[in-house]
Ligand binder design. Sequence first.
Ligand code: 13P
Length: 335
Amino acid sequence: MSTIQKLMSTAKAMIAESKGLLAMDESTPTCNKRFEKLGIPQTEEARRSYREIILTTHGLNESISGVILTDETIRQSKRDGTSFLKIIADAGIIPGIKVDAGAKELAAHPGEKLTEGLDGLRERLQEYSQMGARFAKWRAVIAIGKGIPSRGCIDANACLLALYSSLCQEAGLVPIVEPEVLMDGDHSMDKCLEVTEEVLQTVFNQLYVQKVKLEGIILKPNMILPGLACTKQAAINEVADATVECLLRVVPAAVPGIAFLSGGQSSELASAHLNAMNTRFKSRLPWGLAFSFARAIQQPALEIWKGKEVNLLSAQRALYHWAKCNRNARLGDLA
Ligand code: 13P
């Protein structure tokens, strides 16, 4: 099989008709912050136990096509010694890996960030590929505020996303291209639409410049939403319509799939928005619309678990439930 055929077949499996991705790739600081709020110890063992709970949830593979791991998690094992990678493979789930090194302050651009991680990336991708990873993720963040985002921030992030993507494809890994326009702030939905359209347009230009094969990527965008502090929140169908309108303008039909991030929406709203998009537009879209949620699938389970063994089964039930809701939303079938 040629490299492009391999990439296309992986991307197709990631975006399978009734499934989506589970992002379980919170960095250690992010994981620690979420654990701290719930009184869970901020240790490697607590993170390992939590990831074991996720990966041993019975029936996860009914809704989840792929999981995004971190460098720590991909090397970990269950308490009984079985490696996480074996559990994932046995469940028929595709393992992926977050490879960016996080968003750092962008020089000369107060309030803006640039995602780093290109140094040594070719070698790291080779190692992950040998371990069994079949796709990768890189997240860029774009904030909306007074005078931002700037052209400098959008261009620099788009350029690095494209360079990362071409390295992934060289290594036979499907790049998840994630330019996240953040929900923080009081901006309107129209502002989010304007910025997201500009960001995606720039990202696709850069992917073209870097000769990335669009058939072998998955786009992971934000939905079009008003800022969290905006006084005028939007109806579910308004979000669905604006998001699809934006994507139709800028995402080429060659892209096999779009898997949204949840970005701080509640679990209920994230599923409802995805469901509305699929119910209203699915038959008319060139790409599949799926999910690649972290918080919207995991947060309820984490809040139930609280680091306590006795809560394990209830936490797994919640995880299964939210994964299943998004399976239904992927099908446009959410009750
Ligand atoms: P959320 O769904 O919590 O936004 O996370 C998705 C993700 O992978 C962020 O990089």
